[in-house]
Design a protein. Structure first.
Length: 180
């Protein structure tokens, strides 16, 4: 709604294409772009006009949506899913993601899956076998091995120390944010 209001103030005609994505019908002057950037920044938002950055954000958002917010079981091939949703070859997406993020799409997905597993374990509604099945792991052993590799703890050890903090979604799998 905030973005809509700012665009209206500038007298621009637009269509909301997707969450966080707007198609503006006019060509913006440099002054309009700067004014829009400033207004959005004051509201804690960022104008992304770089095509590569927008693709990276789409990749991240699609992964986060599937891993953290999808109620159905994650029987998904992410490479096919991302290619179809974004409209680019997966090799291009993978190389672009690695170049800009400093990590691979696969590691980003794993980091988010591990964070989701932590969440599911802390809720205590599912046992580890049900979590493995829900998160599309071939076995509990596979989930446990990946969990330990990422966290340094087995799932049962983690559950014992359930007061350990979880990571904010926007920081998961973002290698560059941990280097700053």
């Amino acid at each position: 709604m905030l973005v809509r209001e700012e665009l209206k103030k500038l007298g621009l005609h637009f269509m909301v294409v997707d969450l966080g994505e707007v198609d503006i019908m006019e060509d913006l002057s440099l002054g309009q772009v700067e004014q829009l950037k400033l207004s959005l920044r004051e509201a804690g938002l960022e104008l992304m006009d770089n095509k590569k950055a927008m693709i990276i954000e789409k990749i991240k958002n699609l992964i986060i949506e599937k891993v953290h917010h999808c109620e159905e079981i994650m029987k998904i091939n992410f490479s096919t899913y991302l290619s179809e949703k974004i409209g680019h070859d997966y090799n291009y997406l993978s190389n672009l993601f690695s170049e800009i993020q400093g990590t691979t799409i696969e590691k980003f997905i794993i980091a988010h899956k591990i964070e989701r597993i932590k969440e599911l374990m802390l809720y205590g509604e599912l046992n580890i076998t049900e979590i493995a099945w829900t998160m599309n792991y071939s076995s509990v052993a596979h989930l446990s091995a990946q969990f330990k590799k990422v966290t340094g703890l087995s799932p049962s050890h983690f559950k014992k120390f359930s007061d350990l903090k979880r990571s904010p979604i926007e920081e998961i799998g973002n290698l560059k944010s941990h280097q700053d």
